[in-house]
Design a binder for this molecule. Structure first.
Ligand code: ZN
Length: 143
């Protein structure tokens, strides 16, 4: 299988985007958002990360002790929008929601997981639709 068909096969299989913090000792992250809000790719999306059928995103910081910064969360939301466009069926989750693994608080007790999960079911979909609408309008003229 060449690389592009591996990516295609993988895309169909991504069910979750799982969030982690720097206090996670699991490793195997696809993207890392540093404390300045810069995104770095650590694994190709076609590769398996810490969990199967998942894209792993880690934010640097210990969110059992402090909350992530606004700039980190803003970067995370724009990364989640890109991932939603690539993996429409993928749900957002926290590492601690994975059943059967080592018990963890990841991505941390102070991480605003509930607010972000709520946004992923509302605001994120609106932003995605806006991107798709602009994309459509750039390719087609009005009827
Ligand atoms: Zn984790």
């Amino acid at each position: 299988m060449d690389k592009s068909s591996a990516v295609q096969a993988r895309r169909g299989g991504v069910k979750f985007v799982l969030l982690h913090h720097g206090g996670c000792d699991g490793g195997g992250f696809h993207y890392r958002i540093d404390e300045d809000g810069q995104v770095n790719a650590e694994l190709d999306e076609s590769e398996r990360g810490q969990h199967p059928r998942s894209i792993g995103v880690v934010l640097d910081g210990d969110f059992d002790r402090e909350a992530p910064s606004h700039v980190q969360l803003a970067t995370l939301r724009s990364l989640l929008l890109k991932l939603k466009l690539r993996y429409p069926a993928a749900e957002l989750g926290a590492h601690r929601q994975v059943r059967g693994g080592v018990k963890t608080t990841c991505p941390g007790r102070r991480f605003p997981m509930k607010a972000l999960a709520a946004w992923s079911r509302t605001g994120l979909l609106g932003e995605r639709d806006e991107v798709l609408r602009r994309d459509f309008e750039s390719q087609y003229s009005k009827i």
